[in-house]
Design a protein around this ligand. Structure first.
Ligand code: ZN
Length: 323
């Protein structure tokens, strides 16, 4: 197994979580409520959560409810594969009581920063750590790493809930029962959403179930909901693509009579526009079926600014264009 998987580095992180939780527990037996490393959280104060991507922040909000205050580092349209932590982000990580991130190298350029934060004793939790490894995809082109886009299979994303429940409960044992209840309720919501997505995608005729996108984010989606997935770029947007890749996709689209391709909110449109132009030159008409939220959610305050809304938007867009 490759030692550079974020998953393997979850071990020291977990130890850090445990040491920290232990310190908190010991403090609780003393006179005063323990405070975080930065000494700011008072008894009854909300837990300050810093999350990397929107989907992880949303997860923490659903489990933590009124007891957490969530700050998300990457906003709408931001590509997590390329994202580097700013000075402000480092302050938001240091100032948090707990940090949640996706892991599996999604936040590939933030690894060093996250490791540093964890080493300072702050609970730093990859939410993917509770997923059964046998359910993770290992795309050959991702050089021995797992596919990090776990939120595309709603049933797989539900497996991250226990990571958040456990971490928040260790940090704040007084509300452990609430976190557990919130987690259980959210798991039910996600189970219903999973069925909803499955039923919706099944309404697309089998031969039209081909999803062409800018990068290979939808692998888990394809497996879970029985739709073939073709991406111009690889699993990470770090991979370059060239004319040959565009030509390969154009040939596939023509051969399969694909009617629509999709742009992603966190990837520049030009890659998919090159595919459309290539198809037109070949005499095959293909339209842009709409924008999907792949690696970032929509604007806060809109339905797509939540995980549930993001999934529903994607499914509606795909179904309406391909059916
Ligand atoms: Zn991606």
């Amino acid at each position: 197994m490759n030692s550079w998987r974020m998953r393997s580095s979850a071990a020291p992180v977990l130890i850090a979580v445990l040491i920290f939780a232990g310190a908190l527990g010991a403090g609780a037996f003393g006179c005063a409520q323990s405070e975080s490393e930065n000494g700011a959280r008072k008894a009854g104060a909300k837990i300050r959560v810093t999350a990397t991507v929107g989907m992880v922040g949303d997860l923490a909000r659903n489990v933590g409810g009124e007891h957490v205050e969530v700050t998300t580092l990457m906003g709408p349209g931001v590509d997590p594969h390329l994202y580097k932590a700013s000075e402000g982000d480092i302050a938001r990580l240091s100032g948090a009581d707990i940090v949640f991130y996706n892991g599996l190298l999604l936040e590939g350029k933030m690894v060093d920063v996250l490791v540093k934060v964890a080493r300072r004793g702050k609970p730093t939790v990859p939410v993917s750590e509770t997923i059964d490894e046998s359910r993770l995809r290992e795309p050959p082109e991702f050089q021995g790493h797992y596919d990090p886009h776990i939120w595309f299979d709603v049933s797989l994303w539900a497996e991250t809930i226990p990571a958040v429940v456990t971490a928040l409960s260790e940090l704040d044992p007084a509300h452990a029962k609430t976190y557990e209840a919130n987690g259980a309720a959210y798991a039910q919501t996600l189970a219903a959403l999973h069925e909803e997505v499955r039923a919706a995608i099944a309404t697309i005729p089998k031969e039209a179930r081909v999803l062409v996108t800018a990068h290979d984010a939808f692998g888990y989606f394809g497996v879970a909901y029985d739709i073939e997935v073709i991406g111009l770029q690889g699993v990470s947007t770090l991979a370059e693509y060239g004319l040959r890749d565009v030509q390969r996709i154009v040939d596939l689209i023509s051969a399969r009579s694909v009617r629509a391709v999709f742009v992603e909110s966190s990837v520049p449109r030009r890659s998919i526009e090159a595919v459309v132009a290539g198809c037109t030159a070949k005499g095959h008409d293909v339209k842009i079926g709409g924008q999907l939220f792949s690696d970032a959610m929509g604007e806060a305050g809109t339905p797509e600014g939540t995980y549930l809304g993001m999934v529903r938007h994607n499914v509606k867009t795909i179904v309406e264009s391909l059916r």
